[in-house]
Design a protein around this ligand. Structure first.
Ligand code: NAP
Length: 253
């Protein structure tokens, strides 16, 4: 018996990294799992072989999202767990503002959650479902260089989580966010030399109480907890999963 036997789960951006770990963890616990993605066709086929429904759908395109959510219902049944995970990050210091990159992060990281949640809502209302948004500790105010504009989008995810919890509680829908710290995935390593990645990891370790960086399964474990009935009285919360990062910018509170 799995904790999520027969429950229908959609993980946006589930072909790689954190989303993939979440999708596979739900599958192991008996759920019927779908993921969306934009470009990773080979990885999508691998997931199909495992029994995961992989749908090509850009979260920043509402028509594609509508079709994907409808396909999940047709193939697997009404959704009861939505994990809004798809995200993109472009590093740029404040003074190097790039309109196109900022707009892309806003469309995927923020509008993507709005569109997916709106389209999934009729199903989630019927199942009294659960929503988990993947924010970032950047959205709370970490001091990693180049993440200012990304942080703005993740801060929006945090307030959106609280407002959705407030507005959807009347339907019995719980909404929470996970704010991961630095997790080794393509997002944090692609296009960088091994030495450069190792330098960043050493920096993160030096700023973390547990002196270690994260792996995707660390985030999956927290997502499954928040999606489970063990968390039935938890909503509107942001759970930091960052090993105890100490470089938060705000003083006090
Ligand atoms: P990743 O390795 O870059 O994987 C991103 C996933 O999202 C891929 O499956 C990708 O699909 C998909 N995706 C990207 N744009 C999409 C779009 N427009 N529509 C649908 N799917 C899209 O990223 P990750 O590190 O696993 O990050 C996952 C989430 O955690 C993101 O929201 C990220 O901001 C957040 N996060 C990550 C870290 C970290 O340290 N890694 C820390 C805090 C928060 P394709 O494979 O088709 O490209």
């Amino acid at each position: 018996m799995g904790r999520f036997d027969g429950r229908v789960v959609l993980v946006t951006g589930g072909t790689r990294g954190i989303g993939r770990a979440i999708a596979e963890a739900f599958l192991r616990e008996g759920a019927r799992v779908a993921v969306t993605y934009v470009s990773s066709e080979d990885r999508a086929r691998e997931l199909e072989k495992l029994g995961i429904l992989a749908i090509r759908a850009d979260v920043s395109n509402r028509d594609e999202v509508r079709r994907a959510v409808e396909l999940v219902r047709e193939r697997l049944g009404d959704l009861s767990i939505l994990v809004n995970n798809a995200g993109v990050m472009y590093l740029m210091p404040f003074e190097d503002y790039d309109e196109g990159k900022f707009d892309m992060m806003w469309r995927v990281n923020v509008k993507g959650i709005i569109y997916t949640t709106l389209e999934a809502l009729p199903q989630l209302r019927r199942t009294r479902g659960v929503i988990i948004n993947i924010a970032s500790n950047a959205g709370i105010g970490t001091a990693l260089e180049g993440t200012t504009y990304y942080a703005i989008t993740k801060s929006a995810v945090i307030i959106l989580t609280k407002r959705l919890a407030y507005e959807l509680g009347k339907y019995g829908i719980r909404v929470n966010a996970i704010a991961p710290g630095w997790v080794e995935t393509d997002m944090t390593t692609a296009g960088r030399s091994p030495e450069d990645v190792e330098r960043t990891k050493a920096l993160i370790r030096s700023r973390t109480m547990l002196s270690t960086t994260g792996v995707p399964s660390d985030i999956a474990g927290a997502v499954l907890f928040l999606a489970s009935d063990d968390a039935r009285y938890i909503t509107g919360q942001v759970l930091l999963v960052d090993g105890g990062r100490v470089d938060y910018l705000t003083h006090g509170v």
